[in-house]
Design a protein around this ligand. Sequence first.
Ligand SMILES: Cc1cc2nc3c(=O)[nH]c(=O)nc-3n(C[C@H](O)[C@H](O)[C@H](O)COP(=O)(O)O)c2cc1C
Length: 231
Amino acid sequence: MTTLLHLDASARGGRSDLHSFGSHTRRLTARFVERWRAMARDTCLYRDLGYGPPAPVDGAWIHAAFTPHAQRVPWMHQRLAESDALVDELIGAEVIVAGVPMYNFGVPSGFKAYIDNIVRVGRTFGFDRERAGQPYWPMLAGQGRTLVLLSSRGDHGYGEGGRIAGMNHVEASVRTAFAYIGMTDLRTVAVEYDEYGGEALDESLRSAEAAVDRLVDAMLAERAAAVPATA
Ligand SMILES: Cc1cc2nc3c(=O)[nH]c(=O)nc-3n(C[C@H](O)[C@H](O)[C@H](O)COP(=O)(O)O)c2cc1C
């Protein structure tokens, strides 16, 4: 049994296939989860980072997070409670499906707050300045998690080798932060041309939806191949 963690980070409510002015990333994440669950009756948890972003880290959070667990006083546990819940949820999932639009070349603030809350010393990465060689290490490495990043942007040409690929800090920052904690299996699909509309957007949406369908099928096939059938 796999647990899916479904995250949405668009500030727009509703999916663009069901609501005018709805979100393309919400549309893609919903499509991914619906297709997955039509074929595999796995558990799915949902978190809306667009409507309910985690509290951004502040001085109290940093003080608490960098105080060893045994030395924390009650206010520190309280301040870290939300972060602990987010980390527990992430650790409990095998597939994380994140809808993350491009806002000013990077991720929306709610998704950045999420990253800041789940990249946690002692929980998702280790740090020991006395450790020879590499004082930082990823704590979630080798545990088989996959991150599916479904994005959307208004302009076009942000894909690998594209005319403005260097301005795309969405995939790059998400890849870096999750690899840092040990989640290196990243699959991506993106819609472009939202600001253009018309046939260019329609074609991009069709192509992204087909890519999402192929991705679900491929991931389920990988899982079936990895788990030998019982007699
Ligand atoms: C605050 C804001 C900033 C944006 N910045 C960019 C940008 O830097 N580059 C771009 O191509 N599109 C940008 N866009 C367009 C969005 O990426 C595009 O509308 C995308 O479809 C939003 O995702 P959603 O459909 O899931 O809401 C921006 C949109 C908003 C609302």
